[in-house]
Ligand binder design. Structure first.
Ligand code: ZN
Length: 141
C-alpha cells in the first residue's frame, strides 16, 4: 500500500507506557508510524480516568473524573489530523472492580496502567479536522 509517499504496512501493535496519558501515548504512537488516517483499538487498564459527554444543546463537553483503577474493555477510535498533528478520537468502555461498566469520550487525564493498542493505517489522503458550525465540533472536512 502506498499513499502520499508513505508506505503503509498494515496494522501495528504497540504496548503503551505505564503512567502516561492515554491520548498522548496514542498520538505519539500514530506519529511514530506516520499514521494520519487510521483506526485505533486499545485494551488494558487505567490508573485513573477522565471521560467526557457532549451536551448537544449547549455545544460543550462536561467531563467526569474517576480516581479508581479500571479495565479498558473496549477502546475504539480513529486518528486524523487537527492543526497539522495526529489527533486521537477515542471512546472507552471500562470495567470497575465490581465489573460494572462506565464509558464515554476519552479526555486528556486518563492515565495508563497497561495498554495494548492496534493502529490500522488507512490508505489515501490524510483526514483533516476542522470546525463544524452545525455541531460545534471539530469534524472531518
Ligand atoms: Zn467522541
Amino acid at each position: 500500500m502506498e499513499t502520499d509517499g508513505i508506505s503503509l504496512k498494515g496494522p501495528v501493535l504497540i504496548r503503551l507506557p505505564k503512567g502516561k496519558d492515554l491520548l498522548e501515548a496514542l498520538a505519539e504512537a500514530a506519529a511514530s508510524i506516520n499514521a494520519t488516517k487510521a483506526h485505533v483499538a486499545v485494551i488494558g487498564a487505567l490508573e485513573k480516568t477522565k471521560l467526557g459527554y457532549y451536551l448537544q444543546d449547549e455545544r460543550r463537553y462536561v467531563d467526569f473524573s474517576f480516581d479508581e483503577h479500571v479495565e479498558i474493555l473496549c477502546g475504539q477510535g480513529n486518528i486524523s489530523l487537527k492543526d497539522g498533528k495526529p489527533f486521537v478520537h477515542l471512546h472507552l468502555t471500562l470495567s470497575r472492580k465490581d465489573c460494572s461498566c462506565l464509558g464515554g469520550h476519552a479526555m486528556a487525564g486518563s492515565i495508563i496502567f497497561a495498554a495494548e493498542a492496534c493502529i490500522t493505517p488507512v490508505a489515501g489522503d490524510a483526514l483533516v479536522r476542522g470546525f463544524d458550525e452545525p455541531t460545534g465540533l471539530f469534524l472531518w472536512k
